[in-house]
Design a binder for this molecule. Structure first.
Ligand SMILES: *[C@@H]1O[C@H](CO)[C@@H](O)[C@H](O)[C@H]1NC(C)=O
Ligand SMILES: *[C@@H]1O[C@H](CO)[C@@H](O)[C@H](O)[C@H]1NC(C)=O
Length: 244
């Protein structure tokens, strides 16, 4: 019998109810409240989706930042745009006896080598920096000589920092910021990561009005050749180096 062959085309009971309901809605219900219901549902579900998406985004974003910070903390990832910084507190510096204030913003950036043993791991570098401070203080300086030191672990160590003048013999005027590379000149060329850190530091100094935008780079004559790559990079990066 042909009628027994149609079950495939029979809608399921659920669909049937849905179809009936919507038909009833269209045909029988004229009250605006009920007619508006399907629209409100769509709007509600839109907001729901949006909210859900937002929550997922916040969760994802939070996790990303979290892992990023963990990565930076443990030195696993070292992207170009993060300043790897070790404050005096971090490297357990001795307190300085007395320091002279810088005349800010500074006009000169002194680049030099510490002429001491290089290092490549954070712990070794911390020891080297502490040794340097000890040596400098033993030779009657009030503190480690430099404002900042870039070490072989690609980290910037805070020396006298943002506020106090450095005390490099022959270059100890209060308008000069000094950044020293830890090691002997010619030991190794500054790595890309060290260069990145230096450029970031200079950017920060300019942005915080510690260094004028048209600063001058100074090196010791005997160390000049070892800084040629660095100076080229600085000249390429900081285009506006003319005061007007
Ligand atoms: C910087 O040094 C100059 C010359 O020695 C001096 O006149 C000036 O007062 C100093 N500036 C500060 C902020 O100490
Ligand atoms: C440091 O100063 C003290 C006292 O002024 C002096 O006796 C000593 O020789 C100085 N040391 C150095 C390395 O200049």
């Amino acid at each position: 019998m042909p009628s027994s062959r149609v079950p495939l085309r029979d809608p399921c009971p659920f669909c049937l109810i849905r179809i009936q309901n919507s038909t009833e809605n269209i045909i029988n219900e004229n009250s605006p409240l009920i007619q508006r219901r399907p629209i409100r549902e769509t709007v509600d579900s839109k907001w729901g989706t949006l909210l859900f998406g937002l929550l997922i985004f916040i969760l994802f974003f939070g996790c990303t930042i979290g892992f990023y910070l963990i990565g930076v903390e443990t030195g696993e990832i070292e992207p170009h745009d993060v300043l790897l910084y070790s404050s005096r507190y971090n490297w357990k510096a001795e307190n300085a006896q007395s320091n002279i204030d810088l005349a800010l913003p500074c006009r000169n950036l002194l680049l030099l080598y510490t002429n001491s043993s290089p290092c490549f791991e954070y712990n070794d570098c911390e020891k080297e920096i502490k040794n340097l401070q000890k040596q400098h203080m033993q030779s009657n300086h009030s503190d480690i000589l430099y404002n900042f030191i870039i070490a072989g672990d690609d980290r910037i160590f805070e020396g006298r920092g943002w506020k106090y003048a450095s005390d490099v013999p022959g270059y100890n005027d209060n308008g000069t910021f000094s950044v020293a590379l830890l090691g002997f000149p010619g030991d190794h060329d500054p790595t890309d990561a060290e260069l990145d850190q230096l450029i970031l530091l200079i950017n920060l100094l300019i942005a915080n009005h510690k260094l004028i935008h048209c600063f001058e780079v100074i090196t010791k004559p005997e160390e000049e050749e070892f800084f040629s790559t660095v100076i080229n990079q600085i000249q390429r990066t900081f285009i506006e180096t003319r005061c007007s």
